[in-house]
Design a binder for this molecule. Structure first.
Ligand SMILES: Nc1ncnc2c1ncn2[C@@H]1O[C@H](COP(=O)(O)OP(=O)(O)OP(=O)(O)O)[C@@H](O)[C@H]1O
Ligand SMILES: [Mg+2]
Length: 413
């Protein structure tokens, strides 16, 4: 039994050893087999890896290049937009802007500057200031003056006299180095005229109060003189009749002057209604152009909106203007009436007369200023008063080919 047991145990042991040896052999074989197989594929996969990495790098580089190109394009577009934007601002500002380099050559001109100075920027670029502009601006640039809120009178190439409000300052680069001068300006001609009209208005009210009283006082003694003269004309000898008639005529003239003066000096009391300006102008023309077939009138007026105003006073104003136009053309001529409508109604009354001399044009609106033998010089003073009391304004432009009065009246809704 003991021997059997020993035999059994040795058998089991041998079996275990055999099984273990079998597994060991199997593992060794597999390792050898694997090692052979791996050797080949490793070589293959190493080359593939290098190629793949290279391709990947190239495509990444290309991608970065594309991104860079997009960024560069964006930066370029932005720079162009900013440049265009700055240029748009410069071109759109309602002030004139001109820049000059250190040698006083023009480097920039915006649209408003072109309009005010009557120049073309293509012509002005690179030219010397004196080739394009006149004194006193050229003097200010020569002296490299720094001016803030200056006001100067200036004559444009077409001979227009204008007022400019201006600033002149050194032009600096981003490092603060002076590289030229910059001139910024606005046309303040109308503002100046309005200031003068305001001043005229205030002078008018105090003058009006005093003088209307005096004129009124004169009417009483004149009435008495007229009464006695009429009495005399019935009693005097026929030989004295012409003298008495002369007195009556003079009294009538004086009466007309006083009426004119009163309508100029009295504060305007407007009897307001809806006024059709075209009809008013047509009536005025018919009234004053009677017997003057040598005067041709062209009414080129669009349909005008009704305005709120005093029809009688407006008719008087237009009659005076057309009367002046006709009187300026004793040998005949043409009258043009034109209009434009915006925030207000603008009317242009032009004649083809000899124009108004430069040395008197500033005086024509003054009461009693006249160059005519039988004139009282109140016509334009009344016109101005009527227009101003309607909240409008009047401007004159004249040269040796004719005169244009521009009247602006507000449209009241
Ligand atoms: N259209 C015109 N063309 C040329 N000169 C003009 C014109 N309108 C006005 N003037 C000038 O302005 C001056 C003043 O005109 P205004 O109408 O105030 O007075 P007047 O015509 O002289 O006299 P009146 O009181 O009879 O109107 C005129 O004497 C004339 O020299
Ligand atoms: Mg007149």
């Amino acid at each position: 039994m003991k021997i059997d047991m020993i035999f059994f145990y040795s058998l089991v042991f041998t079996l275990i050893v055999l099984i273990l040896a079998f597994f060991y052999l199997l593992k060794t074989f597999r390792r050898i087999y694997n090692r052979q197989k791996n050797g080949e594929s490793k070589e293959v996969s190493q080359v593939g890896f290098v190629v793949d990495t290279f391709h990947e790098l190239v495509s990444k580089l290309k991608e970065k290049e594309r991104e860079l190109e997009i960024l560069r394009q964006k930066a370029e577009d932005r720079a162009l937009t900013i440049e265009g934007y700055n240029e748009n601002i410069l071109q759109s500002v309602p002030s004139g802007v001109m820049s000059f380099d250190e040698n006083l050559k023009i480097t920039k001109v915006n649209q408003t500057a072109e309009k005010i100075f009557e120049i073309k920027k293509e012509f002005a670029f690179g030219k010397y200031h004196t080739d394009v502009l006149n004194s006193p601006i050229t003097d200010l640039l020569n002296e490299k003056k720094i001016i803030e809120r200056g006001e100067i009178a200036y004559t444009t190439p077409s001979g227009r006299k204008i007022w400019l409000g201006l600033n002149l300052s050194p032009l600096k680069d981003s490092d603060g180095k002076i590289i030229g001068q910059i001139l910024v300006f606005t046309d303040i001609t109308e503002i100046k005229a309005l200031e003068a009209q305001m001043e005229f208005r205030s002078r008018l009210s105090s003058l009006g109060e005093i003088s209307a009283g005096i004129a009124h006082e004169l009417r009483n003694p004149m009435g008495v003189i007229a009464g006695y003269t009429k009495l005399l004309s019935k009693k005097v000898d026929v030989s004295l009749k012409p003298a008495v008639n002369a007195i009556i005529n003079e009294i009538n003239v004086m009466n007309r002057i006083i009426s004119d003066f009163l309508s100029f000096a009295k504060p305007a009391e407007l009897n307001v209604s809806d006024v059709d300006l075209k009809a008013v102008i047509e009536k005025s023309i018919t009234e004053v152009s009677k017997g003057r077939e040598d005067i041709k009138t062209h009414i080129e007026i669009d349909k005008l909106p009704l305005i709120k105003g005093d029809e009688v006073l407006l008719r008087q104003a237009f009659t005076n203007l057309i009367q002046n136009a006709i009187e300026s053309m004793p040998a005949g001529g043409e009258i043009y009436i034109r209009s434009s409508i915006g925030d207000s109604v603008e009317l242009f009354i032009s004649d083809t007369g000899p124009g108004i001399a430069e040395n008197i044009i500033d005086k024509i609106f003054l009461p009693f200023f006249t160059t005519k033998e039988g004139g009282t010089g109140l016509g334009l003073s009344i016109v101005q008063k009527v227009i101003v009391s309607h909240g409008g304004n009047i401007f004159v432009e004249s040269n040796n080919k004719g005169t244009t009065f521009r009247i602006r009246l507000p449209i009241k809704k």
